[in-house]
Design a protein around this ligand. Structure first.
Ligand SMILES: [Fe+2]
Length: 309
């Protein structure tokens, strides 16, 4: 069976109001904010929930400080939810949270499953005039975005303490597919086939410390990656690296430091995989991570690369 994707993520955060400012600037829609909880959503209804790190309602953290505390994966309907319940019922940590099956993955992360609350979105990327299709955009200037409005949460990325065990949980138990690998170091997993190249990437470093690496938000086209990145630079948020392009997945990216934990990424144009996609092995390297990239980002005011401090 296929999952529909990431339905909801919850972060425990040290500075809630700073995080609210970040997600407003990031381009999410504010659903509700009070002293204890803030809820934002992407265009298609994927939810980002923010709570204080010491909120007793939160599941245990996989690392200190602001980080991801819970992921909800969506399924199409109640029948699929019953299938997931069956799949995870053998897990020692299996339980029910608000009527939804839940468990803890081998990395210590709390996960649950629900009938998706996301919805179709009718927006389009700007066509590219290419050699073979020079008039794909006919008598029309291309798009320039003043800010990004992410369509959905595309993928989550974690440092894991046991790569083999975590990969086995997501593939053997849940049925995710492996799109590509850094053998012995990382696995790109997709939750549906056909589907985008990865909905989850897990990475084991020599210290084997669990943690959040980043959360990636899907935008419409490369121009929205640029427009979004420039806007968050203007708002004072720090780019770690971007714009750039990944050889693995082919996507264009822009990574920004996120007060809710680790990094947030705008991305677009990832590979789309059917059963015919053949998983590849890559050596983990600079060249595998970036075809090209701008370290530190682009200054909104000068429209030039930020001079390293
Ligand atoms: Fe990413």
């Amino acid at each position: 069976m296929n999952f529909t994707g990431i339905d909801q993520i919850t972060h425990g955060v040290e500075d809630l109001s700073e995080c609210v400012r970040f997600y407003e600037d990031w381009g999410l829609t504010k659903v509700s904010v009070d002293d204890n909880v803030a809820v934002f959503k992407t265009m298609d209804g994927s939810e980002v929930v923010l709570c204080h790190t010491d909120d007793p309602a939160l599941p245990p953290a996989i690392e200190e400080g602001s980080t991801m505390r819970h992921v909800v994966w969506g399924v199409k309907d109640e029948a699929d939810l019953a299938v997931v319940r069956e799949k995870i019922s053998g897990q020692e940590s299996y339980g029910e949270v608000d009527g939804c099956p839940a468990c803890v993955d081998p990395n210590g992360l709390s996960v649950s499953f629900r009938v998706t609350q996301r919805h179709d979105v009718d927006v389009k990327g700007s066509p590219m005039n290419t050699w073979d299709q020079p008039d794909a955009r006919l008598d029309l200037p291309s798009t320039f975005y003043e800010k990004a409005e992410p369509v959905k949460i595309g993928h989550v990325v974690f440092f894991v303490s046991d790569l083999a065990a975590t990969e086995a949980f997501y593939t053997d138990v849940l049925g995710f597919a492996v799109s590509d690998r850094y053998p012995g170091a990382g696995t790109f997993l997709r939750c549906s086939t056909p589907g985008g190249h990865h909905s989850m990437f897990i990475l084991e470093t020599p210290d084997k410390k669990a943690g959040l690496n980043h959360v990636a938000y899907t935008v419409r086209d490369i121009h929205e990656v640029f427009g979004g990145g420039l806007q968050v630079d203007k708002c004072g948020w720090k780019t770690q690296i971007g714009p750039g392009r990944h050889p693995v997945s082919s996507a264009y990216f822009w990574y920004v430091e996120n007060p809710a934990g680790a990094l947030a990424e705008y991305f677009t144009d990832e590979d789309y995989c059917t059963d015919k996609w053949e998983s590849r092995d890559f050596q983990r390297s600079n060249e595998a991570f970036t075809e090209w990239a701008v370290a530190g980002g682009i200054d909104f005011n000068t429209r030039r690369q930020r001079v390293p401090e």
